[in-house]
Design a protein around this ligand. Structure first.
Ligand SMILES: [Zn+2]
Length: 381
């Protein structure tokens, strides 16, 4: 049949006398192949992770009112005009697969070389198995610098603990570097230093992570973004410690939404009404399993669209609608993969634990020999 493929007439192709596409063949095998059908995830955690790695799909334009979950400030910036009264099923969707980024080999400068240890750490977290580098700490029951929890071998406490600021910062900067590189590719200039500060509701001063100048996104000339990486598993519960290591919410997108709304409450109003230059504010929230919050995904789509426009402008070529959409599809894939890759690196880096940052274990009772540990105060004989 393969040999005859190119000899088929149009009528024969139309009638379905040709080889099916590979994705259809694979889907059919996976739906009917017995060992695959009977395979079960080896643990609850693996099962949860499989759920988390499913495709994320959001409406490209969200018309939800401002105070409701899912509201989008990017609804007027989306490149494809859509009828506001369009049926939900017919609306344009943007989707993302958390596990898709290793399939993109064209990241160029957006790709950072990943070390063997980081790869091992990310891959174990991706599968839901213990991280080898944390194994010894878990075996010795080493206590975290916060003094509240033992370091677990899945890295849940390390992700949730606020004392691990150095590795958390490095992870945060990794994602920010990727967003900044993507902005530059889309022809936008950015500023990472001297970010304007605002007074938060709690009276403290705060600031976003990156200023994007002249972007005209979100209803203002300039845009400030703030990056956050949340973890879907509990790791810092004190009242009910059995919740550590379990999913924090059955619907993972609710966690992303809640993190985004916290940031919006903290900064959006303050940046929109500040004295002098005002800014639009956009939270860019990711999760450690690789899920992207809807608003961040829309922002990445806008970046891919601008990059495509810029590419054709630089070529001096007026593309057909089809050619433009094809190119934009490729850039959008590349954009999501660059963020997925940066997040994988960030997840690996955040799960690092330095020996000196941990508490020293107290010697056990039976080792308290009087000669080894003489009392410091005089003792009466
Ligand atoms: Zn801790």
């Amino acid at each position: 049949m393969l040999a005859r493929q190119h000899l088929l007439s149009e009528e024969e192709v139309g009638a379905g006398f040709c080889l099916p596409q590979q994705c259809r063949v694979t889907a059919h095998i996976m739906e009917n192949w017995e060992p695959h059908l009977n395979a079960q995830p080896p643990s609850r955690r693996c099962q949860d992770l499989r759920m988390l790695h499913r495709k994320v799909s959001v409406n490209a334009s969200s018309r939800v009112p401002e105070d409701s979950p899912g509201h989008s400030i990017l609804q007027h910036d989306m490149p494809d005009d859509e009828d506001p009264n369009c049926e939900d099923a017919k609306k344009k969707k943007l989707s993302h697969c958390p596990a898709a980024h290793p399939s993109c080999l064209f990241l160029g400068k957006a790709r950072t070389v990943i070390s063997v240890n980081d790869w091992e750490s990310w891959f174990c977290q991706f599968l839901g198995v213990p991280i080898p580098a944390l194994g010894p700490f878990w075996k010795e029951q080493r206590v975290c610098a916060c003094g509240r929890h033992v370091i677990d071998e899945y890295g849940d406490h390390v992700h949730a603990c606020k004392q691990h600021t150095s590795s958390t910062k490095s992870a945060h900067e990794t994602i920010l570097d990727a967003v900044q590189a993507l902005c530059h590719q889309a022809g936008l200039s950015t500023e990472r230093r001297n970010i304007p500060t605002v007074k938060k509701q709690n009276g403290k001063t705060g600031q976003g992570d990156l200023v994007i100048k002249g972007a005209n996104i979100g209803g203002d000339t300039n845009l400030i973004i703030d990056v956050a990486l949340i973890h879907e598993f509990g790791g810092n519960h004190m009242v009910d410690v059995s919740l550590n290591g379990k999913l924090r919410h059955a619907q993972p997108d609710k966690l992303l939404e809640s993190a985004a709304r916290t940031k919006v409450r903290r900064y959006r109003e303050a940046y929109a009404t500040r004295a002098g230059v005002t800014y639009a504010f956009l939270p860019c929230v990711m999760s450690t399993s690789g899920r992207i919050h809807g608003e961040f995904l829309r922002f990445l789509y806008i970046l891919a669209h601008r990059r495509t426009k810029r590419w054709f402008e630089q070529l001096g070529y007026e593309p057909s609608e089809e050619a433009f959409k094809f190119r934009r599809g490729q850039y959008f894939w590349h954009t999501r993969a660059a963020i997925g890759h940066a997040t994988a690196l960030a997840v690996a880096r955040r799960a690092r634990v330095a020996e000196h940052a941990l508490r020293r274990n107290r010697p056990r009772l039976h080792t308290q020999d009087d000669l080894l540990y003489p009392p410091t105060a005089p003792v009466a004989f």
